[in-house]
Write a protein of this length. Structure first.
Lengths: 190, 190, 190, 190, 190, 190
């Protein structure tokens, strides 16, 4: 189980409201390679990892991605909470406003809702860990594109932090893959 | 952010492997009115609640539903982890095995993947809280039907605990709705 | 069965073509809390209501929501039928035009198609009626946001009528919930 | 708008409860080529037909398909309403029971929810009418396969009636296509 | 099996980068009536056609639609590959950029991903061939609307070629329908 | 463009009709990690690979996966084409029969339709190639589970061939990843 600690893993400041930027960043909240997808993927795969160390790694990173989801949600919320209806219209978010006002929702930048079809769990630790390494690279790429879209240095700073964490996770999954492969070879179960 | 505490909110024991039962219970893991839907709904709605107390209630219950998600996942995993391929075939889970082995996945009992289309956030606290009250009743109903399907008293015991918690959440959302309505009347903002 | 009566439940006039406004209003045609969702939900739940009076209420309101679907469709159609291709492009409806010309379609304001995942039927009348009360509040909220987006007083008048009806339905579902709870208590079947 | 008339377009009798049969027939309630898909498709296409006669045909048939939806719903409900939990389990409907009890839902025979992705409206009357002719043939084929699956003569009788109506609709759409093509040639607008 | 031949079925030239146009044309890549839908539909239906000639027609056209998919993909890619981030933002493709950079993806003009729910196979050759005739008309209509949206004569030339091919396919499916109906009458198997 | 060569890449023989086995194998036709997903993913990613060699590798493997799609389709078709309605019912394929007769369809083993949400293209060659390596491992895992489910040695032989090819593709993508990383380092463009 999880205990909530009332702080963000990394401070979120924004220079000003910025509805366009929020519209794009939301894909890391509810899009195909975003933080929700990462967290739910790893927490779900925990059960079928063959060793305690493997389970613990997935649990740690899955829990950290929940914190990242909260960071991205806070970013989007701060960028939009004071927007006028006219500003939402102008940024192409009239449709979001019609259904959700300024509330968050688990969608990509086109308003497409999140689906578990984005993720996978094969019961095969090699396949799952490679999937996770790919996911971290895809998330890194998304943060790259978001940084290119950003015109707010304070937002960019948060995006850089999140991108850096994906690189760290990529390396941890790589190490776990090596370790699990050795374990499975020694067990002759693969 | 969340800190993981290595225990379940409620102990999960099963009398024996029971693949059929797991196939149905999984809907509270990844189905339309299950624990994932509840947790993600409340944690997402936090941002647009108009008072700190409202945000805190959603945060508390959203966090508890994450613990329930873990309980349901553990139930399903314990009921299936030692199943043979023949047993999975016989229970109509050959399809799940082909794509996921004995891993968990966020699906309903027919293998339909979870989608954010199941949930909503309107930016209107009255609408959101009534949605949440309805959700808790729908989850209660699902636990009723699962209890009727269960032939394992230890599993039934866990399902009863989870059903009870939904009733408690229903009441807390009802109280929050009353309080928020008073707050909004006093603010004349609704 | 239903008999078509060639009139609208409420007259639909628009001041001028207005493609932007149509793009947002369409969510009450084919979006998550729109009239299609409401009508199909209630007509489907009829079968499992435990009393004739409960069935009749769902049937009445479900049939009225079909009339509202027609009102919303007529609104959208009148706002767009004479639009030029250039106007559709400018309003961000080039994509709708490419696939549907100026025809209607059951989508939300982002072009996301309607799905039955938006609705539910639990076979539990308490849960279903609370779901319906929540739905009416969510529809009311959407009409609020659409009224804020509207710059055409004649359209606003229609949206106000539809919002008012949702409030009436909310109250009728509330009364039905009370009555059904009494009935079930007296039957000791709940 | 529509007025409800409290009768079925065709009487629905079933010889006995028959959960397996209901599981398959439900696809004509909420599946890809079922009555919901037909009704919503035609009622939606009305707006962009170029003549009053074309609009009226779509309106008539769309309204009749609503009556067919009710017939199919009544069939499914009568076949399942008295089923025990054990019977639902045995027919592979444990998953449906877990989420919906014995309530109806807009799904195909595998429990896949209905989506507007099944239907289309192109704003081009030739394309739309040919789509509708194809739809009627697809519905006819589904009724063929359902008749082959049926082991209840009373149910088969209803399925035959519904199949017959699809053939009649196919012919009416064919006549409408001819008429509209002549109209458009004379208008030189196509 | 298929052998790749390194040429396009029809040359693709564009006058200049044109991000808006690409955004709309992509629906024929991954939208409901696009080339992917056509190709996958026909190649899948091959198996259940009752004669070799029927199978061959579906195989031929299905293979040609793959070539068209490549033409459309090349169009979209040439129109966007040199776009700046600012140009993508301005064309409403900031969301596409955030998730895919300038890569192609199987989506419609609103970013909605392709799904097999768009297509059908009934095992009934009459129904399948009528579906295919309707599909070709729907694709023709989409090309009409895209030609109306196009402001690049070289792109329009390619779109006209593709539209022309849909008309030819429509005729071939019509001939196949006649031939199959005769075959089935003579076999008395329908 | 592609030219069809009328042979299978690998011969497909089956010992006898075997509806259960077909029901599971179909996930490699239209499921999340199947041959359709692989082929469409690679052919789509071609455009944004930075070198001709990278494009060619994706094109080759994407084209080969089309051949595998045909092999899997042929397997499923041969295993089911002579099945009686009673046999389809008994294997839990009554629902497939109701909508598709014995035709193929792009679904997973639970009848869930294929969607482009399963795949990705990031415009970042490192991310795309790692995704592809993960995909090949996931396909390998699925073939493992299908081989465990198979009770027909001739079918197992085909599944082994397909699994072997996934391993080869995994290695080719690994080599391509190394080569592209060197290229990008030398270009200093990453």
């Amino acid at each position: 189980m999880w205990v909530y600690e009332k702080k963000l893993q990394y401070p979120v400041n924004v220079s000003r409201k910025n509805v366009h930027l929020a519209k794009w960043i939301i894909t890391q909240y509810g899009g195909p390679d975003g933080e929700l997808a990462a967290s739910l993927r790893y927490l779900n795969q925990r059960y079928s990892m063959p060793t305690e160390r493997g389970k613990a790694t997935l649990n740690d990173i899955g829990t950290e991605e929940l914190a990242h989801l909260e960071i991205v949600g806070t970013l989007v919320y701060k960028l939009t909470k004071d927007a006028t209806v006219a500003e939402l219209k102008a940024a192409g978010l009239g449709g979001h406003y019609a259904d959700h006002d300024r509330a968050l929702f688990y969608v990509d930048a086109n308003g497409h809702p999140w689906t578990a079809e984005y993720i996978q769990a094969k019961g095969d630790p090699i396949a799952d860990l490679l999937e996770n390494m790919a996911v971290e690279q895809k998330a890194r790429a998304t943060y790259n594109w978001l940084i290119n879209l950003s015109d707010d240095p304070q937002v960019t700073d948060v995006l850089r932090f999140l991108r850096e964490r994906e690189v760290v996770h990529f390396q941890r999954f790589g190490e776990t893959l090596n370790y699990i492969q050795e374990f499975m070879d020694s067990k002759k179960c693969f």
